[in-house]
Each structure stands twice: as structure tokens, then as C-alpha cells.
Design a protein around this ligand. Structure first.
Ligand SMILES: NC(=O)c1ccc[n+]([C@@H]2O[C@H](COP(=O)([O-])OP(=O)(O)OC[C@H]3O[C@@H](n4cnc5c(N)ncnc54)[C@H](OP(=O)(O)O)[C@@H]3O)[C@@H](O)[C@H]2O)c1
Length: 296
């Protein structure tokens, strides 16, 4: 099966490109922004046709959550209009679209994990633009998967794990938010999930298309995540001194875009309907840090 991947230089796009090599039944056409700008409708249509794609995975997005507050036009241009181009390109070619969305479509006021049918209510521009992207897909296509995920980390690109490692190089004390909850999720596990979905489609299993929540397990806070990052980084000699991690509240660390306090996603639907197995983020994190230590 020919899988066209957009945004191939991002965290998830890169992981998709790496992991696809392990699926001999698939040919990945991994395109970075310079190869295919999803905001260019003609280029999207021409590329899908020229590459003879059987399915598209969209890993391209505007992901700068805080900057989006002052750059709504760019955020909507990529996360809504670019996605609209991909959906119409897939419609023209009569192929499905797999797309990634976010926990930030919710306002975080629910007191239990969010299910797919919970009404979205984003707190910021990024969340609004991603929600608009979900809507343009559902309006145009019958055959799509939207995977909402959270707190993405991985070897390639910028993420929270790398920020913590960098801060620890010259600090012995960190103040980390302890009242926002969610699930760190490795780019690799998202890529694996998407490629398994491609496999199911390839094998002609009747696909339950639609919206799904996917993340690693269990839920934690940024503080809990940070403590584990530091533990494992010390184990793999990426940090060579003790770090004190103080708990702070969201109010003590104001950002341009308010984050949801509860980002926890209920993953029941994806495990039951798509038979996806969930992996612990701690294992994924350990693999990442072990690989980083081997690269030193
Ligand atoms: N990061 C998170 O914590 C998080 C959490 C929940 C959901 N998500 C979702 O997960 C998906 C993947 O996120 P990620 O962390 O992998 O993002 P990322 O690392 O920021 O990668 C996004 C990629 O999209 C590319 N891109 C931007 N505009 C484009 C355009 N017009 N045409 C083609 N490519 C374009 C970027 O290119 P450049 O390299 O040239 O900038 C970048 O390589 C996104 O849909 C995001 O909304 C992310």
C-alpha cells in the first residue's frame, strides 16, 4: 500500500517515516513541508494523484500553541484550510485520510477522562483551529480516522522531554506545574497506531472510520512526568546531578494560551473498535532516553 505522509519533518511525521521502513507491505512517501505545502490546494491534488497514494496520513500542523494566540491566521490556514485541501484531495482520489488532532479541543473542566462524544470547547486559538480541521474532514469524507492525542514527545523535534533535559544542564531546581493532568505520548506509538490502522485497511477489515482518542498510559501531571524524565535521564547518564522538582500551580506559570487542566483522554473506543494496544509512556520515554544516551 502506498502511504503518503505529510509533515514528515515533525515529531510524528519523522517517527512515521522511520517506522514505515519496518512494514515491508507499505511504501511510505514521506513529504516535508518543502516537498508539499498542505496550504497549496493544487499541489495537494497533484501530489496525491502523481504518487498514486492509497491513503494519506496528515502529520503536518501548526503546533505553536502560545504563538497561535497572535497568529490565528497562520494557525487556521494550516490546521483548517490545509486540512480541508487534504480532505478534498482524498475525496477526489477516493482514498481515506488519517489525521491527528489534540486534547486541546477540550476546555479541561470535566472531572473524568474525555470520551469522543464529549462536546469540544477549546480554550485557545490552536485548539479552535484543530477543531476546525476535524470538522472540515468530517464534512467531506466518510472514510477518515481522526486520532486525538496528547503531550507528544520523541527523538526528533522539540518537546517537553528535551526542554527538561536542557534546563537540567545548568539548574538544580525546577518549578513544574502539578495541577494539569494528561498522558505523555510518544511520537513512535502514535506512528505505530496509525500504521496498524493502515494495515487493517489494507487487509480489508471493515473499518470503523471516525474519531478516536489515543495516548500512552497512565495519566499523570507535568510534575509527575518531569520526575520520571529526570529519574531515567540520571539512569542513562544524561543528567549527572540531583535536581529538586517543586510543584507549582498553573496560575504561578501564566502562558499566553491557557491549557486545559484535565487533558486525560479515554481510550476505550480505540482499544475495542480498532484493537489498538496501549503502551506505558514510561517505557517509551526510557527507549527515547536510552537512544539519546547512545548518541552521545
Ligand atoms: N506536540 C504535541 O504535544 C501534540 C499534542 C497533541 C496533538 N498534537 C498533534 O499531533 C500532530 C503532530 O504533531 P507534532 O508534535 O509532530 O508537530 P511538529 O513536530 O510541530 O510537526 C509539524 C510538522 O508540520 C509541518 N508543517 C507545518 N505547516 C505545514 C504546511 N503548510 N505544509 C506541510 N507541512 C507543514 C512542520 O514543518 P516545519 O518543520 O517546516 O515547521 C512540521 O514538520 C499535529 O497534528 C498536532 O496538532 C501534537
Amino acid at each position: 500500500m502506498r502511504i503518503l505522509i505529510t509533515g514528515a519533518n515533525g515529531q510524528v511525521g519523522w517517527a512515521l517515516k522511520q517506522l514505515a521502513r519496518k512494514y515491508p507491505q507499505h511504501t511510505a512517501i514521506a513529504l516535508e513541508r518543502r516537498d508539499l505545502d498542505i496550504t497549496c490546494k493544487d499541489a495537494v491534488n497533484q501530489t496525491i494523484a502523481k504518487e498514486n497514494a492509497d491513503i494519506v496520513i496528515n502529520a503536518a500542523a501548526y503546533t505553536a500553541v502560545d504563538k497561535a494566540e497572535d497568529n490565528a491566521e497562520s494557525a487556521f490556514n494550516i490546521n483548517r484550510d490545509g486540512v480541508d485541501n487534504l480532505a478534498s484531495g482524498c475525496l477526489n482520489a477516493d482514498i481515506p485520510l488519517l489525521h491527528i488532532s489534540t486534547d486541546y479541543v477540550f476546555n479541561g473542566k470535566k472531572t473524568s477522562p474525555y470520551i469522543e462524544t464529549d462536546p469540544p470547547n477549546p480554550l485557545g486559538i490552536y485548539g479552535h483551529s484543530k477543531l476546525a480541521g476535524e470538522q472540515v474532514i468530517a464534512e467531506q469524507l466518510n472514510r477518515f480516522i481522526i486520532l486525538r492525542t496528547s503531550w507528544v514527545f520523541g527523538l526528533h523535534g522539540q518537546n517537553f522531554v528535551k526542554t527538561i533535559l536542557r534546563l537540567c544542564q545548568d539548574r538544580s531546581e525546577l518549578n513544574i506545574i502539578a495541577d494539569q493532568f494528561g498522558a505523555p505520548t510518544s511520537a513512535t506509538s502514535i506512528a505505530h497506531c496509525l500504521l496498524q490502522i493502515c494495515d487493517q485497511y489494507n487487509n480489508d477489515i471493515a473499518m470503523p472510520w471516525g474519531l478516536y482518542h489515543f495516548a500512552n498510559t497512565p495519566d499523570t501531571s507535568w510534575h509527575g512526568f518531569t520526575c520520571k524524565i529526570i529519574d531515567l535521564a540520571q539512569k542513562y547518564n544524561l543528567i549527572d546531578h540531583e535536581i529538586t522538582v517543586n510543584k507549582i500551580t498553573s496560575e504561578q506559570y501564566p502562558l499566553p494560551c491557557t491549557r486545559p487542566q484535565n487533558s486525560c483522554l479515554d481510550k476505550d473506543k480505540i482499544t475495542k473498535q480498532l484493537s489498538i494496544t496501549l503502551t506505558p509512556w514510561e517505557e517509551e520515554l526510557e527507549t527515547m532516553l536510552m537512544t539519546l544516551s547512545q548518541q552521545l
